[in-house]
Design a protein around this ligand. Structure first.
Ligand code: NAD
Length: 446
């Protein structure tokens, strides 16, 4: 089929490349000219495992191309997939301005009868109906467009794998023929397809993300209690997860969720509920718990040192999770803000998210060339993202490199036994702190 994808970000680019890989002819359009220029040269503007290779392959086979021009993208398209961002407005509701802009432009440029316009962006319930009217803004033939909701469930860091191995593909439309055409489009992925109404499809996305966020905040609250009651959250989570009604995924205690989806989507669902005069108290608490959890390590450091002013700290991990360069709503960003306010001198390191962090924090922090540079001679070290590169470090090595060996590990990367052996002060999440006396101090080496 001839498919156009509007918005070549994490979702649009992966979707476009994967649809090209299964044999469709795909044109990706993005408003960002620089991005399209890089894509045309075969460069991926984002870090996503396997994407570079897939872009090259599908580009060379002639199945995937890029443009900034709507007439090019819309001319032959049988299916147009919208995957532009829907960021949070200050009140938490979803900003649909990019979506509206795109729908209006599609309405102006797509002429074919029966073109299916699919919204993949995460949008509040009722938005697809608005898309139908936006398509009509500059088009006399808008009635001939078919609309469908097809929410995306891929995870950054494993997006290509998820597209080929997803748990379900949800297609929400009123039109049976469109439902069947879209099922045929995605059939080679071999993923189960669920057909629903448009509104239910829109709601499935929000409720799935809200449920996962709830699981995370739940285990984090259990972790906070474990610390006070002397239990170990890892054993607790294992014991809970063995119950098949609960399941073990999303029960890893840490410094909270981040990224471009959970924070935005939980806020938007609370907002949506509010508009219906329904107070979604459970989800409000989930959001509140997460905000506290993201800066928990800063609180721990303040308790340990009393005054942080003038101290030197390293931060390992900046992306909101491993295997992505995405720093949107990452716990590290809030930590950096608070630690700078406390007067801490920061040296940060991430395997792939340095460029993105530089564009946010510029000269207010130092950027290390490798993880050792971020550890060396520090008064304290924080781990904000559980990159494999950090997990294979040995605590004895970290301890030797630091001025005072004090580690605040927000992702429980190391065992308590190793921390005891390495004689490092080790604070983690939901597990007893490992401390040593007397306080270990080394002379300044600079
Ligand atoms: P993104 O910011 O990475 O990409 C959006 C792209 O759209 C950018 O390249 C931007 O230049 C382009 N764009 C913006 N306005 C445009 C316009 N008017 N015309 C053409 N292009 C335009 O966003 P993303 O992470 O890919 O997310 C897209 C949507 O998918 C969001 O609604 C998000 O909630 C949802 N989603 C994201 C993920 C994820 O893991 N990132 C997962 C599931 C769903």
């Amino acid at each position: 089929m001839n498919v156009s994808v509007i918005g070549a970000g994490y979702v649009g680019l992966v979707t476009g490349a994967c649809l090209a890989e299964i044999g469709h002819h795909v044109i990706c359009l993005d408003a960002n000219k620089e991005k399209v220029k890089r894509l045309k040269k075969g460069e991926s503007p984002i870090y996503e495992p396997g994407l570079d290779k897939l872009l090259k392959k599908t580009n060379q086979s002639g199945h995937l191309s890029f443009t900034t021009e709507y007439p090019v993208a819309c001319k032959k398209a049988e299916v147009i997939i919208i995957a532009v961002g829907t960021p949070s407005r200050p009140d938490g509701s979803a900003d649909l301005s990019a979506l509206q802009d795109v729908a209006e432009k599609i309405g102006s440029h797509a002429r074919d009868n029966g073109t299916i316009v699919v919204t993949k962006s995460t949008v509040p319930v009722g938005t697809n109906r608005k898309v139908q009217s936006w398509l009509a803004t500059h088009s006399s033939s808008a009635a001939r467009f078919k609309i469908a909701s097809n929410p995306e469930f891929l995870r950054e860091g494993s997006a290509i794998h998820d597209t080929f191995n997803g748990d379900r593909i949800v297609i929400g439309t009123d039109d049976e023929e469109s439902a069947m055409r879209l099922e045929t489009l995605v059939a080679p992925f071999g993923v189960p397809v669920l057909h629903t109404s448009i509104e239910s499809a829109e709601m499935i996305k929000y409720s799935s993300n809200a449920f996962l966020a709830t699981k995370i905040s739940f285990i984090n609250e259990i972790a906070n209690l474990c610390e006070k009651l002397g239990a170990n959250v890892e054993d607790v989570a294992r014991g809970m997860g063995m119950d098949q009604r609960i399941g073990s995924s999303f029960l890893q205690a840490g410094i909270g969720y981040g990224g471009s989806c959970f924070p935005k989507d939980t806020n938007a669902l609370v907002q949506m509920a509010g508009e219906m005069e329904h107070e979604f108290e459970l989800l409000e608490s989930v959001i509140h718990v997460n905000a506290k959890q993201q800066v928990k390590l800063v609180k721990m450091a303040k308790q340990h040192f009393k005054d942080l002013k003038g101290k030197r700290a390293g931060i390992l991990g900046l992306s909101f999770k491993p295997n992505t360069d995405d720093i949107r709503e990452a716990a590290s960003m809030e930590m950096i803000k608070q630690l700078l306010t406390e007067g801490v001198h920061l040296t940060v390191y991430d395997p792939v998210a340095m460029e993105n962090t530089r564009s946010v924090h510029g000269s207010s922090v130092s950027f290390a060339d490798n993880c050792f540079e971020a550890i060396e001679d520090q008064d304290m070290l924080f781990i904000a993202t559980e990159w494999e590169e950090f997990k294979v470090l040995r605590l004895k090595t970290i301890s030797k490199l630091m001025k005072t060996p004090i580690l605040f590990d927000g992702r429980n990367c190391f065992s308590l036994e190793e921390a005891k052996e390495a004689r490092i002060h080790y604070y983690s999440i939901g597990r007893p702190a490992v401390t040593h006396t007397p306080a270990m101090k080394k002379p300044h080496s600079w």
